[in-house]
Design a protein. Structure first.
Length: 76
């Protein structure tokens, strides 16, 4: 999956978490997933704890973080 396809998994709605980026309109924030990864949580454990998530969603969170740090345009 290319970067733009991954970034399309990230959405933001003003009525959900104050407009923070979320994954595929689920009530799971990119911030929370990145925090879990930063704490050393394994991808498999995150997927087990949040059954609605897919492996590409976690990769999308990383792609989003890179886009923000690199000052890329989001949404794509």
């Amino acid at each position: 999956m290319n970067r733009d396809d991954l970034l399309h998994r990230i959405t933001a709605r003003p009525d959900v978490f104050g407009g923070k980026p979320i994954i595929r309109d689920l009530r799971i924030s990119v911030e929370m997933v990145l925090s879990l990864l930063a704490q050393g949580e394994a991808t498999d454990a995150i997927l087990a704890d949040y059954p609605g998530l897919e492996a590409d969603d976690i990769t999308a969170c990383l792609a989003y973080a890179h886009a923000v740090v690199a000052h890329d345009r989001w949404p794509p």
